[in-house]
Ligand binder design. Structure first.
Ligand code: EPU
Length: 374
């Protein structure tokens, strides 16, 4: 049974804490209720907005349609190989485990579930706000890992037909903070569940500089296992890495419960090697990362792109820590815009436009928003 409410306050359902109203609102607690929802006139005759944790959205106006809050719950370990349609060439066996999680689960609860069982692959993605169902849409990523590295498939419903479809990893067309669900199929599918493939064998990934340095400076870390020789961690576990990621995130990113924000407001910027050389001549310290993600589709050497730190660009334009009325740029991470209380979505949008304009005029680079604007 579903209950569609009218004129619903969304303030507590977006981590920016922006006041906005939905014409209709419904909470989805059971996959079986989707049919009833899809057939309801409020759903059929209105624009739709599927909401998870509300941690990547900025309301600049009320939503004149129906908001569907995904509250589908459940995390299970799948028997292999019978229940999982695996990718071609996937090795199933004792080294891997498949976990199916419903879209309304809190992402970090899924991380905790896996980390506590010593499964590898998800630990770098600790403490990312939001829900499981939202994770594939923007291919969440942090500390050198991305969802696409561990995602087996996505279970989604086509809104037009109500048909369930399984998207295999490759079919999701994942890119940096990008997927088919943001492009070709934008607004066309509802994500009900994901299946992850995690490793039971050690598969640590601590190449990300900030994470590696944190782990290798044991004096700062209560959880370090000191050995007699080097005083460094001798045996990593997913939990050790997860704890480190959480500590780093907590030290830089504001807690949305205390101060409204949506994590990184902008994406890092891809440039070609030529533009990088230009930048390096003027600014030898510009932080950049060469990534697999950066190569264009044809993979030719000439088209390899490099990711430039947008936080650095914003900081160099003098925005870090600046406050304008109710809104501002976080003092510890320049990619994060904050609501100090009582801000409208318009004020945040306005600030973001000023930042985009200064980065364009100083560096000739175009910042793109990571956050979705409504
Ligand atoms: N930096 C600055 N100024 C700042 C912050 C960072 O110059 O205010 C530079 C530093 O050189 C630093 C480098 O940027 O070494 C990288 O900083 P950080 O590790 O904080 O990563 P980021 O590239 O700014 C991305 C993600 C974050 C994710 C971190 C860690 C995007 C848009 N953001 O930020 O994701 O937590 O990497 O992997 O890719 C999010 O998406 O909401 C988010 C928080």
């Amino acid at each position: 049974m579903i209950e569609i409410k009218k004129n619903y306050d969304l303030t507590k359902l977006n981590t920016f804490g922006i006041s906005a109203w939905a014409k209709f609102f419904v909470e989805l607690n059971d996959e079986k209720d989707l049919e009833e929802l899809f057939l309801s006139p409020e759903f059929k005759n209105n624009q739709k907005l599927f909401l998870g944790g509300g941690s990547n959205i900025l309301f600049t106006k009320n939503f004149d349609g129906i908001v569907i809050l995904n509250k589908l719950k459940g995390i299970e370990i799948l028997e292999v190989p019978t229940k999982v349609p695996t990718r071609v060439g996937t090795q199933v066996g004792k080294n891997f485990v498949f976990i199916r999680a419903m879209g309304g689960e809190i992402w970090h609860d899924l991380v905790t579930f896996a980390v506590n069982k010593d499964y590898w692959g998800i630990e770098n993605l600790s403490f990312i706000p939001g829900t499981v169902g939202a994770a594939p849409i923007q291919n969440i990523g942090a500390y050198g890992a991305e969802l696409k590295d561990i995602l087996e498939n996505v279970e989604a419903y086509e809104i037009k037909t109500g048909q369930k479809k399984i998207f295999k990893n490759k079919e999701c067309e994942f890119g940096y903070r990008d997927s088919i669900f943001k492009n070709k199929f934008k607004g066309e599918y509802f994500i009900a569940a994901v299946v992850l493939k995690l490793s039971k064998m050690e598969k640590k990934n601590i190449n990300y500089k900030i994470l590696r340095e944190y782990l290798e400076k044991p004096a700062r870390n209560a959880f370090s296992i000191a050995d007699a020789g080097g005083n460094k961690i001798v045996e990593y576990t997913p939990k050790i890495i997860s704890d480190a990621v959480m500590a780093i995130r907590k030290s830089k990113l504001p807690d949305p419960v205390l101060i409204g924000n949506a994590g990184s407001f902008f994406k890092n910027v891809f440039v070609d090697k030529e533009k990088l050389q230009d930048l390096l001549q003027k600014y030898p310290n510009v932080p950049y990362f060469e990534e697999e993600n950066g190569s264009k589709e044809n993979g030719s050497k000439a088209s390899v792109l490099v990711k430039i730190s947008a936080a650095w660009l914003i900081e160099k334009c003098g925005w870090k820590g600046r406050r304008i009325g109710n809104v501002g740029v976080h003092e510890k991470q320049a990619l994060v815009l904050v609501n100090y209380g009582g801000a409208t979505g318009g004020e945040i949008k306005n600030l973001s436009e000023q930042i985009i304009a200064s980065v364009r005029s100083k560096f000739g680079l175009k910042l793109e928003r990571e956050v979705n604007l409504i």
